[in-house]
Design a protein. Structure first.
Length: 270
């Protein structure tokens, strides 16, 4: 009888411990183009956190990471159960350097767009050699992205006349006012979506790379990662999922880009 009571007590203790398990943390970093209001970010991404949490029967809370240094430190010290961040080199570093696992990335992928004024005579990338090129600052992800894309096409920007701007939004201004002849911008940027208005056209579209990746701590099992991926892939199939995706600002999730994300840093030369 005592043995039965002991077993019952142990079972109750295990159930209580499971129900009081520590909530998971989903770190969100929107990069330099993201908002700065913590409450806004939580409201924007909590629906996604709930989808992930439901798939593995755990509560997931959103935290906003404003500074890149804090994102790096948090991954290094494994303070985040999950992290979804742009630019993509940070999740890639989380995988390479800190043992995180790939879960998914946002659709569509990211690309470097080489843009020129609508009336420019250039027809191929070969035509822009020796021209004035405007790109984001050297340390910026998209600057490295465009440099790598151009490198693959035989253009070494170290040998070109490159001007740097702090924000991609300045690229159309430089082109419209003839301060530069060619510019590089991200396909997912507001600039890229407004080229018709600002008077530019796309001369070249680079190969795609994973955008806004989601990674998970190495403690997650393969079954848990699979459950998360299945839930994320299914989001476009329901009105609720579509609403969450729209709130986050993406079309869907891709769960097949692990290899590409794993190779990203080498391609960028990092």
């Amino acid at each position: 009888m005592k043995a039965l009571h002991l077993c019952a007590s142990l079972a109750l203790a295990l159930i209580a411990g499971a129900s009081q398990a520590k909530d998971l943390v989903l770190a969100i970093s929107e990069g330099t183009s993201g908002g700065t209001d913590h409450a806004r970010v939580i409201a924007k991404y909590q629906g996604l956190a709930d989808v992930i949490g439901k798939s593995i029967n755990q509560k997931v809370n959103v935290v906003f990471i404003r500074e890149f240094a804090s994102l790096e430190e948090g991954m290094k010290e494994r303070r985040f159960s999950l992290a979804m961040a742009r630019p993509s080199d940070f999740p890639a570093r989380g995988m390479r350097d800190y043992g995180y696992k790939y879960v998914a990335s946002a659709k569509p992928d990211g690309q470097c767009l080489i843009v020129v004024p609508k009336d420019a005579p250039y027809k191929t990338l070969a035509d822009i050699k020796g021209k004035r090129l405007v790109l984001p600052e050297t340390a910026a992800y998209m600057a490295k992205f465009c440099a790598s894309a151009l490198r693959d096409e035989g253009i070494d920007i170290a040998k070109e006349n490159v001007q740097r701007v702090r924000e991609q939004g300045a690229v159309p201004f430089f082109l419209s006012n003839k301060f530069a002849d060619v510019g590089g911008v991200a396909s997912y940027s507001g600039v890229a979506k407004s080229l018709e208005k600002t008077g530019q056209r796309v001369l070249f579209t680079s190969q795609s790379q994973p955008y806004f990746p989601l990674i998970a701590d190495r403690e997650f099992t393969a079954a848990q990662i699979d459950a998360m991926q299945r839930a994320l892939r299914a989001m476009p199939d329901s009105e609720e999922g579509q609403s969450v995706l729209k709130n986050v600002g993406i079309k869907a999730f891709d769960t097949s880009a692990e290899k590409k994300l794993g190779e990203l840093l080498a391609w960028l030369g990092l």
